[in-house]
Design a protein around this ligand. Structure first.
Ligand code: CA
Length: 240
C-alpha cells in the first residue's frame, strides 16, 4: 500500500507543527497549507487522500473550503475546531466534512481519526461496485432488495423508521451525520429539530443492534452533534 497523502490546513504554527511531525513519524506523506486559498490550490493540484482542515482560517471560512472541495471531490475531510466552535462543526459536517477533531487533541486522537478516514477511503475505492444490494459490516448485514437486516444468522426485527435510520447510517459508514441531516433524511424537513425523537428511535435501534448498548460497536454517539456507524474491521473488534 502506498503512503496516504494528507493535506494539513492550519494557520496556527505550533498546531501545524504538531500535526505534521506526527504524520511524518507515523509514515504518512503530507502537504501543509496555511490558509484557505492555499488549501484549495493544494487540494486541486495534488488530490490528497485525506484533508485535515482547521475551521478558523485567516482568509476565509473553513466551511467555504469544504464547499469548494466538494464540488469536485469526495476526499475525506476531517475538520479541526476549537471547543467554542460547536455550531461551526455542525455546519462543516452538514456541508460535507466527514469527521472532526476538537482542540486541544492528543496525538492518539489524531491518528485514530486518520485511521477511520483511511478506512472510509478504502471503502470508497474498493467497495463501490459491490454496494449494489447487500451491505455488510462486521456481523451486520442489510439486504436492500428484501429489506431485511440481520446480525450473523439472526434477523433483526426493525420498525420502518429504525430500518431507514440503519440504512442511512450504513450508506454513510465512517462519516459523522448530524442530527439535522438525519432527521431531514428520515422524516423530511418538518422534523428538522426534533432531536429528542431521533434519540428515542436511535435507542431502540441500538437495543436491537448492539450486544451491549452502553458500549456500542456499530453506532457511535457524538454528543451535541450526531451519530456515526463505524466500519468494523474483520479481526479488529473494538476500534475507537
Ligand atoms: Ca486557526
Amino acid at each position: 500500500m502506498t503512503k496516504p497523502l494528507i493535506l494539513v490546513v492550519e494557520d496556527d504554527k505550533p498546531v501545524s507543527k504538531l500535526i505534521t511531525t506526527t504524520l511524518r513519524t507515523h509514515d504518512y506523506n503530507y502537504i501543509a497549507a496555511m490558509n484557505g486559498a492555499e488549501a484549495i490550490m493544494e487540494a486541486s493540484s495534488h488530490n490528497p487522500d485525506i484533508v485535515l482542515l482547521d475551521l478558523g482560517l485567516p482568509d476565509m471560512d473553513g466551511v467555504d473550503v469544504i464547499k469548494k472541495i466538494r464540488t469536485w471531490s469526495n476526499m475525506p475531510i476531517i475538520v479541526i475546531s476549537a471547543r467554542s466552535e460547536d455550531r461551526d462543526k455542525i455546519e462543516a459536517l452538514d456541508n460535507g466534512a466527514d469527521d472532526y477533531l476538537t482542540k486541544p487533541f492528543s496525538v492518539e486522537e489524531l491518528l485514530a481519526r486518520i485511521r477511520v478516514a483511511q478506512r472510509r477511503l478504502s471503502i470508497m475505492q474498493t467497495e463501490q461496485p459491490q454496494q449494489g444490494s447487500v451491505f455488510t459490516n462486521g456481523e451486520l448485514k442489510i439486504d436492500y432488495a428484501s429489506g431485511i437486516a440481520s446480525l450473523g444468522e439472526e434477523q433483526i426485527h426493525l420498525t420502518p423508521i429504525e430500518y431507514k435510520l440503519l440504512c442511512l447510517l450504513a450508506a454513510n459508514v465512517g462519516k459523522v451525520l448530524t442530527h439535522t441531516y438525519i432527521t431531514q433524511k428520515v422524516w423530511g424537513s418538518s422534523w428538522e429539530n426534533d432531536i429528542a425523537s431521533l434519540r428515542v428511535f436511535m435507542a431502540t435501534l441500538r437495543k436491537k443492534l448492539e450486544a451491549s448498548p452502553d458500549s456500542p460497536r456499530y453506532i457511535q454517539t457524538h454528543i451535541g452533534v450526531g451519530y456515526r456507524m463505524l466500519r468494523i474491521d474483520p479481526g479488529d473488534r473494538d476500534e475507537q
